[in-house]
Design a protein around this ligand. Structure first.
Ligand code: TUI
Length: 312
């Protein structure tokens, strides 16, 4: 099996998740320069021209491979799908849906296409449409999540397809990276552990809330409404749960969370903001350079694999 770094031309077999409103062109470039595949998150980008500007900024700041994550529920996704072609983006990942209709044009343009899947059935379907790999993302992740846990999802996707599988969800240290490789993944995508990097442009209050979090401090809101999102528990989630239990309809709940991610990211509003985070938040100890976080992930995985070899 080829490792993800050989497939992508990166130093490490690690992708930086394209977190909406967080993963700017500058942050993606910093992660690419630090040895991962940096991704620009288009989920929070408001215009096609802004996406183009983020891509150009990223290209200015790194000569390493990078990519764009397209959130498929975004109202401008058709336009964004064209911009990545025009700007010759080397890698496109997708999330929150089925990217099938865009795949032929992206492949025609020579783009490596790597959709996120939350179940094996979509992975199988997308393999037929010619995607290069899939990211199997477990419900441990932050942000928009599916139902299946990484431990159960990854081997079932690996068995379902003959293309490389990248594991995501619940990965913040070398033990978890080693476990992902043991499950048959060729590499990993991480998001939450990079939120506490020095380069990550989120508000300082958001970083401090992550450092304070314990293992069970995240919750998934919106499972009933159809858009499940994992965030740190706070005043907003308590109120959300209260309204959900009281029978509030989908529209009311959506209105309640509208703009709440931006409030957390830009204003540092830890009370009423959506502090998207994976279940690994409880493992985060300090703010460090992205390069140190990535190097520890890979060095730690190699050490763990060697230690396990000594057991048998
Ligand atoms: O997309 C993500 N994570 C995200 S997107 C996001 S922005 C947002 N903001 C507010 C509300 C909702 C979203 C924040 N975090 N991860 C990738 C991911 N994709 N997770 C789950 C899926 C997924 C789910 C269903 C992928 C495919 C899918 O297929 C359904 C189908 O059509 O077959």
């Amino acid at each position: 099996m080829k490792l993800l770094n050989e497939i992508l031309g990166t130093k490490y077999p690690i992708i930086q998740g394209g977190m909406a409103n967080i993963a700017t062109g500058e942050f993606a470039a910093a992660c690419s320069n630090a040895g991962a595949l940096g991704l620009i998150g288009a989920g929070g980008v408001r215009t096609a021209e802004d996406l183009r500007a983020q891509i150009r900024r990223c290209k200015e700041l790194t000569d390493k491979p990078f990519g764009v994550n397209l959130m498929l529920m975004h109202p401008l996704v058709d336009e964004f799908a064209q911009i990545v072609i025009e700007e010759k983006v080397p890698v496109v990942t997708t999330g929150a849906g089925n990217p099938g209709k865009y795949v032929p044009a992206w492949k025609e343009a020579g783009i490596k296409v790597i959709p996120v899947v939350a179940a094996a059935v979509l992975a199988k379907h997308l393999e037929k449409s010619g995607v290069d790999a899939v990211i199997a993302e477990g419900t441990e992740s932050g942000g928009h999540v599916g139902e299946m846990a990484t431990m159960a999802l990854v081997p079932q996707v690996v068995d379902a397809v003959n293309i490389p599988v990248i594991a995501a969800g619940g990965i913040a240290d070398g033990r978890q990276l080693a476990a992902a490789l043991a499950l048959g993944a060729c590499g990993v995508q991480v998001g939450t552990c990079l939120l506490v990097s020095e380069e990550c442009p989120i508000h300082e209050n958001y970083k401090q809330a992550l450092l304070k979090a314990k293992d069970s401090d995240t919750i998934v809101t919106g499972r009933i409404g159809g858009t499940p999102v994992r965030v740190l528990k706070n005043q907003m989630t308590r109120e959300y749960v209260r309204q959900e239990k009281a029978g509030a309809d989908k529209m009311e709940l959506e209105k309640f969370t509208l703009g709440s991610l931006r409030r957390a990211v830009f204003e540092g509003d830890t009370k009423t903001g959506s502090l998207m985070s994976g279940q690994v938040a409880g493992m985060l100890r300090e703010i460090r350079p992205a390069a140190a976080i990535l190097d520890d992930l890979w060095t730690g995985a190699q050490q763990r694999i060697k230690a396990l070899q000594g057991l048998c």
